[in-house]
Write a protein that binds this ligand. Sequence first.
Ligand code: DSN
Length: 415
Amino acid sequence: MEYPEVRETDPAVADALAGEVQRQEDTLAMIASENHVSEAVLEAQGSALTNKYAEGYPGARYYAGCEYADAVEELAIERAEELWGAEHVNVQPHSGTQANMAVYLAVLDPGDRILSLELEHGGHLSHGHPANFTGQLFEVEQYGVDPETGYIDYEALAEQADEFDPDIIVSGYSAYPREVEWERIQTVADAVDAYHLSDIAHITGLVAAGVHDSPVGVADFVTGSTHKTIRAGRGGIVICDEEHADDVDAAVFPGGQGGPLMHNIAGKAVGFGEALEPEFEDYAQQVVANAEALAESFADNGFEIVSGGTDTHLVLVDLRESHPDTSGGDAEEALADAGIVLNANTVPGETRSPFDPSGIRAGTPALTTRGFDEADCREVGDLIHRVVDNVDDESVIAAVRERVGELTDENPLYR
Ligand code: DSN
């Protein structure tokens, strides 16, 4: 990708744009929330719809000239409804956090109670962290995973809900490798007369493809990101039944946002269209098969894996037993030098700091997009282990970097 127009007017930005494409070509994107969208999605997101203000919804906008904005948003909605089997989808949230905000605005008042998973157990900032608006506006208690198994402790959650009496229970996570039992959480929510928000940001694509059970039709609200496993334009969505549709729509606009990012909604429409093709199911199955292969390779190399494996697109490694002198941050930095880009992550029972935690989180959505299979992912697991074993050894890092270059050359992205 050359960006000739930008290069003509702004070479410094053109250098950064071209540099980013090259960086993505030459490295392994293993941040579990990242993916590589198609050139069609990129083109839609770079379209002239970025110029258009379209406050409101299709057919009921506050500005003239919205006929193409309407067309694109209607397509995004229709396709999303088909993908997730939903009665109502709002495709305007600028991000997953904005989608969550809309749900809270729709059904909670300040001071109401949220019960959600702890961040260090795999939760998300927008589920009630003190540094986030959710932690500042609402009363929050958090549940955890069973420290022995790494699985959600559903029984402890039920007891905690009974004592805390939340207004909403949040399920769906950012660093939880196991299948979530939505019905069990819905049963808890029903027992305490709470709403249930299921935030499937990470697994939108796995749910759409039927590779992970769906919370749609189970939870009152389902939110998601549109650029992770579903591989569409950047942003968020809210899914709900007709019963809550007006409240959710009003909470997105005018409640929490102004003009929708119509170019991103075009990218969502294109990506959702791609995900409706039969090949997307193969892709989603391969994402999980690749994560399982990665987990096996990690286990064979002696890494301790939170929950002992994965059912999803990500693997969470706790380095404390196998590499007590190596923090997640040390590993992240050495791996980035070797061309493997993943993130340091907190682990259940974290004993370091969130800024330099004890674990690493590795995901397979982006590698799968560029064609990696189980054998490739087993090899990547070996490479990651080699680097983590030798974070200060530049010759090992250089050797892994060279092999990463061969793997990326064999599996090109945007060339
Ligand atoms: N930043 C995303 C993640 O990495 O999980 C969540 O918003």
